[in-house]
Write a protein that binds this ligand. Sequence first.
Ligand SMILES: [Zn+2]
Length: 133
Amino acid sequence: MRCETCGAPAVLLANACVFCRTPVADSHAPADLLDYLAARLPAAKVKRFGLRRRGPVRELTLTVGATAFGAKIVKGRLRLLPELAPARWVDRLLAALSAEAAGDADLRARLSRAGWKLRPGGRAEEESRKPQS
Ligand SMILES: [Zn+2]
């Protein structure tokens, strides 16, 4: 299943697409998440399945700011670094990218072309939904 607004594999956080924050009704772990991310994040290092390494992405690594993000398909299952549920992992990744994009117009343009909603102040949705102290 894909998000009807931004076309991303539907990874939900609080019943909304984690990329563009459009509310979505249903979700399951998308197998093509890595291909989707690799196509939009040229800075990511990827390893692919298949002859001549032209198949689907099986491993993706990207360091954003001080955080190393990794996603790998092991025996058909998604393994993420930092170890988080897929939606939280993407949310964190987008928060880190938002912080980077504040000083990088190219990155900002690329993220907005992808249809992704930047996280204000580089804060994950998860954090900004917590009550303020
Ligand atoms: Zn979306």
